[in-house]
Design a protein around this ligand. Structure first.
Ligand SMILES: NC(=O)c1ccc[n+]([C@@H]2O[C@H](COP(=O)([O-])OP(=O)(O)OC[C@H]3O[C@@H](n4cnc5c(N)ncnc54)[C@H](O)[C@@H]3O)[C@@H](O)[C@H]2O)c1
Length: 302
């Protein structure tokens, strides 16, 4: 049975902006109560105020939290337990993508800055693990259908190079790994089999990562044509959970499912075929990679 139903409760991290806010809006349109979590107090308050007006008879609570801090999770979960009778959907979605410090230029590439890896992992990986640990007891309180959705990224699968991306890619690869294990464990134990687990993998979405920060209105936002609006991604998320998919891939205006499949196939084949690492971006391989991926995508579409 779908968790996206009237009087169910959604707990969403990163709810003050982008995909998290869009998901909260969609949950509210289904008549759900909302527990909104984010580190950004100003935008969190705005998000809460806006969503509360949509249906004031439903609960809309907000909690400022740094998801990387275990102690803050403990306090917030206690508050959520007092405010809500049950939690049905948990969307662990908060993440950061930051530029590495430039002083490392010259010695190591800027992306190798250790501090920036630690900060990225604190939020994206340990923030998610803290969330899983803190919310699982809430989902065990009854055996009605519950869902945990964790937001990953295609960058955690295809691993594109770039000045600020390796730490982010690695954090999202870890997210894929941990969500797969979580799904395996929860479905294997009768005591937790009522909890479905999903890895949500957005495409290029016009959010705070692109400067569209906070609970913005899409009709006032100017975006690049290939990017999707957060509301489009949120619809794919809900559809994927309702279909029972574990991997919920989201396309965008530039990338359809066939192209995603071909890119993932190419990345895996680097290992199987003994090609250079991330050959798609290697000068001597780039042309062959582009052509191979294009042809594979065409074949998959027919
Ligand atoms: N936008 C894209 O193209 C894209 C693509 C793939 C994956 N994603 C993933 O989607 C998710 C949502 O990101 P978005 O694109 O909506 O960006 P966003 O910046 O609009 O939203 C991220 C939210 O997370 C919050 N946050 C960051 N650090 C936090 C912390 N330590 N504690 C609590 N909250 C924190 C931010 O304040 C922000 O409100 C992320 O997991 C991101 O990695 C985004």
């Amino acid at each position: 049975m779908s968790v996206f139903q009237a009087q169910k409760t959604a707990l969403i991290t990163g709810a003050a902006s982008g995909i998290g806010f869009a998901a909260a809006k969609l949950c509210r349109s289904r008549g759900m109560h909302l527990a909104l979590l984010d580190i950004d107090a100003v935008h969190l308050r705005q998000a809460q105020e806006e969503l509360a007006t949509v249906n004031p008879s439903l609960k809309t609570e907000s909690y400022q939290i740094d998801v990387g801090d275990k102690n803050q999770w403990r306090k917030v979960v206690d508050q959520i337990k007092s405010a809500f009778t049950h939690v049905d959907l948990v969307l662990l979605n908060a993440a950061r993508q930051q530029r590495a410090q430039s002083q490392y230029e010259g010695k190591l590439k800027p992306w190798a800055d250790v501090e920036s890896w630690k900060q990225t992992f604190d939020t994206n990986v340990f923030g998610t693990l803290n969330g899983v640990e803190a919310v699982l007891p809430l989902l065990l309180s009854s055996t009605t259908s519950k869902s945990i959705v964790i937001t990953g990224s295609k960058q955690g699968i295809t691993n594109p190079p770039g000045a600020s991306t390796p730490a982010y890619n690695a954090s999202k690869a870890a997210i894929k790994n941990l969500t797969e294990h979580l799904a395996h464990d929860l479905r294997s134990d009768p005591a937790t089999a009522h909890i479905s687990t999903h890895l949500f993998i957005p495409g290029w979405t016009w959010t705070g990562f692109m400067g569209n920060v906070g609970p913005t209105h899409e009709d006032t936002v100017t975006k690049m044509s290939g990017a999707w609006y957060p509301s489009q991604a949120a619809e794919v998320l809900v559809d994927g959970v309702e279909k029972g998919s574990f991997y919920i891939f989201c396309p965008d205006g530039d990338t359809d499912w066939a192209l995603d499949q071909a890119r993932m196939q190419w990345a895996n084949d680097d290992m199987i075929e003994g090609r250079p690492a991330i050959s798609r971006w290697e000068t001597s391989w780039k042309e062959r990679a582009d052509e191979g991926i294009r042809a594979d995508a065409v074949r998959r579409r027919t």
